[in-house]
Design a protein around this ligand. Structure first.
Ligand code: GLN
Length: 245
């Protein structure tokens, strides 16, 4: 951590904040505070510069038009690239996963250049994946099945430098671009460098506290004590049960 206060960035909630994804930053801050770690949210709007010196970054989902504004901004402002070069952790949801890739094609068949920090490309699937998504995590440090809500038209293909976050148990996850043969095993999300990206909304950290704590551990370098927040485990279990029905 750069200072005694953990500074959590919420980038462009004005264009990347669907389905309560900005809640991910609130959850990170609250889980830090309950362990005695001071935390503050740094909200950055689309017309502001991206600070490179925060401890942890969050990015949410967005509709195609909003998402293309964010992509343009990332191409113009190198703040996030500097932060990632310094190894700062970043959580990216859905549209942000697509924007961080080399490029994506949206529902209007427009190809939009991405930031290129994830070795992925995205094309339309020809249908929207909407509903509950459950994954078995593949990332070291995560042991519990994860659940979230997905709603996306894009299907994302991973290149050799990107690894999936989880294996899909229910739902679609990264999906398959139209015309491509689906892989026998479906995966969700992308892990590359200090970036963890997923198609799971929810917000995903409300439903998957283990992922929140993994991000906090990476951002603080501290070993975190277990945290028993009433209701969190009940929500996790209830959502998993609902999604697997
Ligand atoms: N617009 C993108 C898609 O439909 C991302 C949607 C989202 O962030 N929920 O694929």
């Amino acid at each position: 951590m750069s200072e005694s206060t953990l500074r959590i960035g919420v980038l462009f909630p004005d264009v990347l904040g669907t389905y309560g994804d900005t809640g991910n930053a609130l959850i990170l801050a609250e889980r830090a505070r309950r362990r005695g770690i001071d935390a503050e949210l740094v909200t950055v709007s689309l017309n502001e510069d991206i600070p490179a010196e925060l401890d942890l970054y969050t990015l949410g989902g967005g509709e195609d038009t909003a998402q293309s504004l964010a992509a343009q901004k990332f191409r113009d402002d190198s703040g996030l690239l500097h932060a990632l070069d310094a190894g700062k952790p970043l959580l990216a949801i859905c549209a942000s996963l697509q924007v961080l890739g080399h490029w994506y094609r949206d529902a209007r068949d427009e190809r939009v250049e991405g930031l290129g920090v994830l070795d992925v490309t995205t094309d339309p699937q020809g249908h929207r994946a909407i509903g509950e998504l459950v994954c078995e995590p593949l990332l070291e440090g995560l042991t519990q099945p994860m659940s979230g809500f997905e709603n996306h038209g894009g299907g994302t293909v991973l290149g050799p430098n990107a690894r999936p976050l989880g294996r899909v148990i229910a739902g679609v996850g990264n999906g398959t671009p139209e015309g491509m043969t689906p892989e026998p095993i479906a995966y969700d999300g992308v892990v590359q460098g200090s970036v963890i990206a997923t198609y799971m909304h929810g917000p995903v950290l409300a439903r998957n506290p283990e992922l929140a704590d993994l991000l906090l551990t990476r951002a603080t370098g501290l070993e975190l004590a277990p945290l028993d927040v009433p209701g969190v485990e009940a929500l996790r279990a209830e959502r998993l049960d609902f999604a697997c029905r």
